[in-house]
Every structure is written in structure tokens, then in C-alpha cells.
Design a protein around this ligand. Structure first.
Ligand SMILES: *[C@@H]1O[C@H](CO)[C@@H](O)[C@H](O)[C@H]1NC(C)=O
Ligand SMILES: *[C@@H]1O[C@H](CO)[C@@H](O)[C@H](O)[C@H]1NC(C)=O
Ligand SMILES: *[C@@H]1O[C@H](CO)[C@@H](O)[C@H](O)[C@H]1NC(C)=O
Ligand SMILES: *[C@@H]1O[C@H](CO)[C@@H](O)[C@H](O)[C@H]1NC(C)=O
Ligand SMILES: *[C@@H]1O[C@H](CO)[C@@H](O)[C@H](O)[C@H]1NC(C)=O
Ligand SMILES: *[C@@H]1O[C@H](CO)[C@@H](O)[C@H](O)[C@H]1NC(C)=O
Ligand SMILES: [Zn+2]
Length: 807
């Protein structure tokens, strides 16, 4: 079904750039002369004509403005040199402006599909900056909160035979975040209630069980301890895995509801227990803060769950949502609300000590008297969980801006989502939105000086990211043919800053550009004068998982993508030079950002500079600055990584990391197939990877040569050499452009066909974290070695295809 719809509904149109003229405005006689010349001299087509005669003019340095700059990108018949452009992009972004944009976006609620005035405001700003922008709407299936309740009931025995037992409310959860005098955002009348995206409506009353982080093995531990789960409500901590997967496992085990709370034990050292002052007086977590968020089963497929694989245009057929979103109600709560519920279980059922070490970590409410016994609560102690959600199919809006480049079939897309779970969202996502506006304003300044990019640049302000990457997924699904044909790279920034630590994840094709750009931008931290972002960064680039809008580009369309921003340290959020970030809470507010997150908005401006320069390098260099060797090296590393996993299995050795990871997924059944045969098949993978490395090195070397030639000034009478160079550059660029596509396997991963990339996908059992060779690794984890061998074959095929494409 999805397949037919796919071909029917997909659109070959190019957004905003319907027809693309590489030629200058039509002047009939010139056209005729060229055409005659073409017929006579070359007997070739009009396309060849355009390529042969107009691209040289477009691509290569003109005589008027040449600056000797061997490998750097020369201007292509342009009013600005690359250095001039770079100066504009480094000097235009301003702290005060970023602060102004942040203040605007965080002034009122902007849940997906709920704030059209932010859409038109964004479009108007971009147009003021000189960038043409359109609004693209999709009709998507989402929920909005209507009501909720969480209460603890206790049955009191009647005093005599005729005095009936009575249920008394022992505790009524507020389900509200405190209104703070200092923080205006928290005072808004129309602030967004605490709820979960895609949660099921329901009204359940049942005994409850504390399930630790609610990972697969946490539940298994409970089952082993004979804790009855069926018909009960799960009380889980946030952390470890994506929240939707906690709800999914509870649902699969016959539980009737899920309550998820934030434990301050996961905030590192920055806690009240350690004497740190609470927000707003200090940087520790405000006890009433609640983490909203989506419970969609994201690792199976993002986007509108009723239109998997095709765009949610009005009138399209809708699929049932079973299996894509939960069927039991869930609700997020603060630790203030969790304390009485957990304390009521003290002494009931096993304590964490009777379980493994995974139950004894980060018990941040012990100092408040919580013993973390699992329960279940006796039948006279029950929770009433009410979750009322309104499900609607409603429009949401992406804002799409375009700067036409000289080349229309080479396109750079950059984007950030605009929607937030709360009225604020100063960190997630509007630090990114503020930076994006500064990027666009900077490109606008360049345009006003007569600059025109070599490649087309598309800017996106996505809607509906929070519910399930909806705005970006639907857009990629709609424009898939065009993106497949033309998109060189996608550059995402979600959270631009909530701390001082630079972080990035990327397709290895893009590593080189990132390493270059971080050295060009000054860090806001000038403890050592002149230090750059690169000087303070550990240079770690993680693999692409999911969790933001790059997912459809990277994992579905095979477009090399990158995601970056400044955050707190990964290990202990509050640990190093940062306040605890109130993720998806009312306290992710303008006041928090201005006071703790990024006082002075220096990191906002820094991200704008990095983002603009990164985009400019991709858009302007005559030879696309991707590096295939880096990809080949990374792939070989991933292969070795998986192989050592297999070696360890054969040797019966289990590492600490393996054990930790295994907590997230089902216990493996008896092995199927031979692990030794699987081990042998890695030879084929290594061979293919070695060949890919050779091909990649040759390709990159050729590209480097061409880049150098492109920087030289050829006199006009060497037009033939010029043409040859252009031809070769186009050839090299095409190979770069399509390399990532070679890693797509059209049937998709086992059980989740939407995910087509054989190298990168979100972990099936974590939801966020990036997995490499997901098909293969999941088969090995499941000890299904026959299936793993199948995946070795698929990956090998993709590698050889990539080798062939570089020849
Ligand atoms: C881009 O170019 C096409 C074709 O020349 C034109 O129709 C479109 O309006 C242009 N878009 C922008 C944003 O300039
Ligand atoms: C939309 O956003 C603006 C700016 O943040 C805010 O002032 C306004 O209250 C919001 N509108 C609605 C309907 O929530
Ligand atoms: C939930 O169900 C109970 C028992 O059926 C009922 O008394 C109560 O009014 C319901 N609550 C809501 C909010 O509908
Ligand atoms: C769970 O129940 C089974 C069967 O009733 C029993 O053999 C086992 O010892 C129990 N386990 C625990 C941890 O109580
Ligand atoms: C600021 O820079 C100094 C010197 O490089 C470094 O030691 C320190 O950790 C940095 N601080 C932050 C918060 O990045
Ligand atoms: C590509 O990357 C490899 C390995 O990092 C490096 O040796 C080579 O110089 C790079 N080539 C180009 C053209 O950047
Ligand atoms: Zn976000």
C-alpha cells in the first residue's frame, strides 16, 4: 500500500525553484549563436552547450577579482571573494540580535501546529533579510493535552462490620511546574500542561510497581523476582533509553499505565543533595520540573505515524497507528510529585539491594527518604492515572527559504526545528532558531553586496520535530526524488547551546569541513586569548543516530548530514561549567538561558558563525569539500568494531559496555547459525572496505588536484583546458554527491523498513543513540548468525557499489 502511495504522491517539483536557468537571462541572438556553434562544432545537445560554455564562466574565477588562493574556493563570476564572504559571515551574527530572536520565540507557546503567528513572523524576518521564503504545510495526526490526574488512593478499613471500607486520597500530584517570580515564562496563563506526545488517553486505577529505568532488562529482573506486572501501573525513571520504549515495554507486559519521573540522581554533582542551590536561586534542578516529550515508537519510524514513507498531504490515505504509538496512558511527573508515591512503597517488595548494580545507581531521592522498593503496592494502595488527549489531524508548517545558486542540481539544506514542548524552549530548539535567523541575516548581507552562491542553499524552520521529527520527515518524503538527485548535504542544529561544550555527530564525509570550520571561529571562552572553538573541543565526532531532524535526510534519503551545538558534558550534565538543563520543562526559559545557559548570548552567536561558514564552504567550493577517504577509514573501523564483538562472543568474553548495552534489549535466545562462519565472512567485508579506501583515496586525490587547478587563473584563450576542468569537476562532484546514497538498502532494516541506511540508524532498543551497521549488529545481538551473514552480504554489496561509483 505504502509503495503505491509513495509513487503517486511524491512530487518531482523543486521547492521554490521550479525551473532552473543556468544561462543568463534570455537574449535570443546569443542563444542562436550558441546553438549554431553547438550543432556545427560539437553536434551536441543543448545541455552540453550549457555545460560547456556557461559553466566555465560560472565556476571558475573571473579575471577581475582573482585572488591567488590555490585550494580555497574562488569566486565564480561573483561580486565577493570567498574571503570577503567569510568576513561577512563571521562579523554579521550579533549577540543582541540572537537574544532578541530568543526572546520572541520563547514569549508564548509554540507546540507543533499551534502557533501560526510564529510561522509568518519567521517568514517575514527571512524576507526582510533578503531571502525568499515559503510556508509548506502538512496535515498530521497529533495529540494535544486536555486533562490529567495522578492520585494515590488508600483503602481504610471500616471500624466495624457495618462501617464500610473507604478509599481516601493519600496524595494528589500537582502535575504542575511551580510559577517562579523571577521567570516570566513560568507565569504565562496559557503555558503548556505536562503531558506526553502520542500518549494514549485513559483512566486507570491500579496498584503500581517501581521499574527503575524501565529498560528491557529492568523489566526482566522484575519478572525473575516474581513481581506481578500485569494490570499494574509502571513508575519509571527517565534516562537510559527513549521514553517511548519504556511505555512500549510496560504495554507489552500487560501493564495498564506508565508514570515517568525525573530523578535528580541523574544530574551529576549539581544537586541539592550536594548543597547546590536550586533554580532559580542556583543551577540545580528545580524540584517541580517535568520532562515532557514524545512516546512515539521512534526507532521504528519517525514522522506522521499515519503516513509512513509518504507525505501527509491533505486527502492522502491514512494507515492505522497500532504498533507506532502506545495504547496505554502515560504521564511525566516531577520528583516532588514522585516522592510520596515512591515513599509509599518503602519496605514493600524487594529493595534495590536485592537486584543487580543497575538498580543501585543514581538513587537521587534517598536523602528525601525514598527507599526505592519496587512494590507492587498492595491492593489497598492504588494509583489513579487519568490522561485525556485530543487526537486531531491538523496542519503544521515548515518555513522554507531559498537562495538560488548558479548550480541548481547541487543543493545544501540547513535546518532547525521551531516547535517546543513548552512556551519557552530557549535551549531546545530556539537557541538553534535564533542562530538560524542570524545565519540567514548574514547570508542576506552577502546577497545585498551582489553575492550569489555557486550551489543552491535551502533554509528550513521545521515544525513538529518534538512529536516525532514530523515536519522534516514529511518534507523529505515529499521531495525525495529531488533531494536524491540534488542534495549534497544537510546541516542540522537543534539545540545550539545549553552549555559550553562543543558536540557534533556527522556522516564521516563531512568531518573534514567541520575540522576546518571550528578553527576559524573564536570561542566565547577567551581564558586564553585567541582560542578557537576547535582549541577547546576534543575533536570527537559521533555517529548519526536519531533524535533530531537529520534522521530523514541521513537514514531514509542517504544524504550526508551533520548535527552540532554546545551542550553540557555528556557524562554528568551539571558537572563541568554548566547548570542543570531543564530539558522539555517550563524552566527551559529565556530567564534560565539569560542567567545560566548562555548569559550574553555569546554561544548563540558562535553557533551562527560556525553554521554559516560550514554552509558557505559546502556551497562555494568549486570541488565539493567532502572527503571519501574519511568515510572509508571510518567504515573499516566500524567493521573491525563489529568483528571484535564477534571475536569476543567466540572467546566467551563480555565487556562492561556489552553488558551495559545488553540491559536495553531482550535476553538472547539460543544461537541460530554458526558464529564461526560469520567470523569468516568478515574477510569479505574487509576486502571490500580496503578497495573502497583505495578508490576513495584516488578520488580525493583527483579532487584535490582539480581544486588546485580551479584556483589557478586560466587566460580566456585556454578555454579548452577550462572546459576540461569543468567537466572533471562536475564528474568528481557527482560522485561525491551520490556516494552516501550507495549505502541505502531499499528494503530497509529488519522490521523497520523506513530506515534504509545500512551504516547508520538509531539503536532499536535505545531510540536515540547511533548504531553502526544496525542490521548486522542487531542480528548478532539476537545471536541469529544466519541473519547476520545475510547482513554481511548486504553491506558488502553496498560497499562494492560505492567502490564502483568512485571509479
Ligand atoms: C530560483 O530560480 C527559479 C528559476 O530561475 C525561479 O523561478 C525562482 O523564483 C527562484 N527562487 C528564488 C528564491 O530566487
Ligand atoms: C505565539 O508566539 C508568540 C511569540 O512567541 C506569542 O506571543 C503568542 O502568545 C503565541 N500565540 C499563541 C496562540 O500561543
Ligand atoms: C475515572 O474513572 C473512575 C472510575 O470509573 C471515575 O470515578 C472517575 O470519574 C474517572 N475520572 C475521570 C477524570 O474521568
Ligand atoms: C518465583 O517463583 C518460582 C515458582 O513459583 C519459584 O521457584 C522461585 O523461587 C521464585 N523466585 C523468587 C525470586 O522468589
Ligand atoms: C575555558 O578555556 C580554558 C583554557 O583553555 C579551559 O581550561 C576551560 O576549561 C574553559 N572553560 C570552559 C567552560 O569551557
Ligand atoms: C581526505 O582525508 C584523508 C584522511 O583523513 C586525508 O589524508 C586527505 O588529505 C583528505 N583529502 C582531501 C582532499 O581533503
Ligand atoms: Zn529539539
Amino acid at each position: 500500500m505504502a509503495r503505491t502511495i509513495l509513487s503517486e504522491k511524491m512530487d518531482e517539483r523543486t521547492p521554490l525553484i521550479a525551473t532552473v536557468h543556468v544561462a543568463p537571462p534570455r537574449r535570443r541572438y546569443q542563444h542562436n549563436i550558441l546553438r549554431r556553434f553547438c550543432t556545427i562544432a560539437l553536434g551536441s545537445s543543448l545541455i552540453a552547450l550549457v555545460v560547456l560554455f556557461l559553466l566555465p564562466v560560472a565556476l571558475l574565477p573571473g579575471h577581475r577579482h582573482h585572488t591567488p588562493h590555490p585550494v580555497g574556493p574562488p569566486h565564480h563570476q561573483n561580486a565577493l571573494t570567498f574571503n570577503e564572504l567569510q568576513t561577512i559571515l563571521l562579523e554579521t551574527p550579533k549577540e543582541e540580535k540572537a537574544q532578541e530572536w530568543s526572546k520572541y520565540y520563547t514569549a508564548g507557546p509554540h507546540l507543533a501546529g499551534k502557533n501560526y503567528s510564529q510561522v509568518t513572523w519567521t517568514q517575514e524576518r527571512w524576507q526582510e533579510f533578503g531571502i525568499k521564503a515559503d510556508i509548506v504545510a502538512y496535515d498530521v495526526y497529533i495529540n494535544y493535552p486536555l486533562g490529567h490526574r495522578l492520585a494515590l488512593y488508600e483503602k481504610k478499613k471500616g471500624k466495624s462490620a457495618d462501617d464500610a471500607d473507604t478509599w481516601k486520597v493519600k496524595f494528589e500530584a500537582s502535575l504542575e511546574e511551580d510559577v517562579l517570580e523571577e521567570d516570566e515564562t513560568t507565569q504565562l496563563e496559557n503555558r503548556v500542561p505536562t503531558f506526553h506526545g502520542y500518549s494514549a488517553s485513559g483512566n486507570v486505577t491500579a496498584p503500581y510497581v517501581y521499574v527503575n529505568y524501565g529498560t528491557y532488562q529492568d523489566f526482566e529482573d522484575l519478572i525473575k523476582a516474581n513481581i506481578s506486572l500485569e494490570g499494574k501501573i509502571a513508575v519509571a525513571k527517565y534516562g537510559g533509553i527513549f521514553r517511548g520504549l519504556k511505555v512500549k515495554r510496560a504495554q507489552d507486559l500487560g501493564m495498564v499505565g506508565t508514570v515517568i519521573f525525573t530523578d535528580p540522581g541523574d544530574d551529576g554533582d549539581e544537586t541539592e543533595e550536594n548543597g547546590v542551590e536550586l533554580y532559580p536561586e542556583g543551577p540545580a534542578r528545580n524540584p517541580s520540573s517535568v520532562q515532557r516529550g514524545s512516546t512515539q515508537f521512534l526507532s521504528v519510524a519517525p514522522g506522521d505515524p499515519t503516513t509512513p514513507g509518504y507525505p501527509s498531504k491533505p486527502g492522502v490515505p491514512r494507515q492505522p497507528v497500532d504498533g507506532a504509538i502506545p495504547s496505554i496512558p502515560s504521564i511525566p511527573i516531577s520528583y516532588v510529585d514522585a516522592i510520596p508515591i515512591l515513599t509509599a512503597l518503602n519496605g514493600i517488595g524487594p529493595s534495590p539491594k536485592s537486584f543487580n548494580k543497575y538498580w543501585q545507581r543514581n538513587l537521587g531521592l534517598k536523602y528525601k527518604g525514598v527507599e526505592y522498593n519496587v512494590g507492587p503496592s498492595p491492593d489497598n494502595l492504588v494509583l489513579n492515572l487519568v490522561n485525556e488527549q485530543e487526537y486531531v489531524t491538523t496542519p503544521l508548517w515548515d518555513v522554507i527559504g531559498v537562495i538560488n545558486g548558479t548550480l541548481a542540481d547541487e543543493v545544501i539544506v540547513i535546518g532547525n526545528h521551531r516547535d517546543a514542548w513548552i512556551a519557552g524552549g530557549a535551549g531546545d530548539p530556539n537557541s538553534g532558531s535564533a542562530a538560524l535567523n542570524e545565519v540567514i541575516r548574514s547570508f542576506g548581507v552577502a546577497l545585498s553586496k551582489g553575492w550569489k552562491p555557486l550551489r543552491t542553499i535551502v533554509f528550513a524552520s521545521w515544525d513538529g520535530e518534538e512529536y516525532g521529527l514530523i515536519g522534516s520527515t514529511e518534507w523529505v518524503e515529499e521531495y525525495l526524488p529531488w533531494l536524491t538527485h540534488a542534495n549534497v548535504a544537510y546541516v542540522n542544529v537543534d539545540v545550539a547551546t545549553v552549555g559550553p561544550h562543543f558536540k557534533a555527530s556527522a556522516s564521516p564525509l563531512l568531518n573534514k569541513v567541520l575540522y576546518e570550520v571550528v578553527e576559524l571561529v573564536q570561542s566565547p571562552n577567551q581564558t586564553i586569548a585567541g582560542q578557537t572553538v576547535g582549541d577547546l573541543w576534543d575533536k570527537e565526532i559521533s555517529t548519526m543516530g536519531s533524535g533530531s531532524d537529520f534522521t530523514a535526510f541521513q537514514d531514509f534519503a542517504g544524504i550526508p548530514s551533520i548535527d552540532f551545538g554546545f551542550g553540557p558534558a555528556a557524562e554528568a550534565p551539571g558537572d563541568t561549567g554548566g547548570a542543570v538543563y531543564h530539558y522539555h520543562s517550563n524552566y527551559d526559559s529565556f530567564y534560565w538561558m539569560n542567567t545560566y545557559g548562555d548569559p550574553g548570548f555569546h554561544y548563540h552567536a558562535t553557533v551562527a558563525k560556525l553554521w554559516a561558514l560550514f554552509t558557505a564552504r559546502l556551497a562555494e567550493a568549486p570541488v565539493i569539500p567532502l572527503n571519501a577517504t574519511d568515510y572509508a577509514i571510518a567504515l573499516d573501523g566500524y567493521i573491525s568494531g563489529v568483528e571484535s564483538k564477534v571475536d569476543a562472543l567466540i572467546a566467551g568474553i563480555t565487556s562492561e559496555t556489552d553488558v551495559d548495552e545488553a540491559r536495553f534489549r531482550p535476553t538472547t535466545p539460543a544461537p541460530k547459525g554458526s558464529v564461526h562462519d560469520l567470523k569468516l565472512s568478515f574477510k569479505k567485508l574487509h576486502k571490500a572496505a580496503r578497495r573502497l579506501r583505495k578508490a576513495a583515496e584516488a578520488h580525493d586525490a583527483w579532487a584535490a588536484e582539480l581544486a588546485e587547478e580551479a584556483g589557478e587563473d586560466l587566460p580566456w584563450w585556454k578555454w579548452l583546458s577550462k572546459l576540461k576542468l569543468i567537466f572533471n569537476i562536475r564528474k568528481v562532484n557527482n560522485k561525491y554527491k551520490f556516494l552516501e546514497r550507495k549505502f541505502l538498502h531499499q528494503e530497509g532494516l529488519d522490521g523497520r523498513p523506513w530506515f534504509k541506511h545500512v551504516v547508520f540508524a538509531p539503536g532499536l532498543w535505545t531510540g536515540y543513540a547511533g548504531a553502526v551497521f544496525p542490521g548486522l549488529v542487531e542480528a548478532i545481538d539476537a545471536k541469529d548468525y544466519g541473519n547476520a551473514a545475510k547482513w554481511v552480504g548486504i553491506i558488502e554489496g553496498r560497499l562494492w557499489d560505492a567502490v564502483g561509483s568512485l571509479k
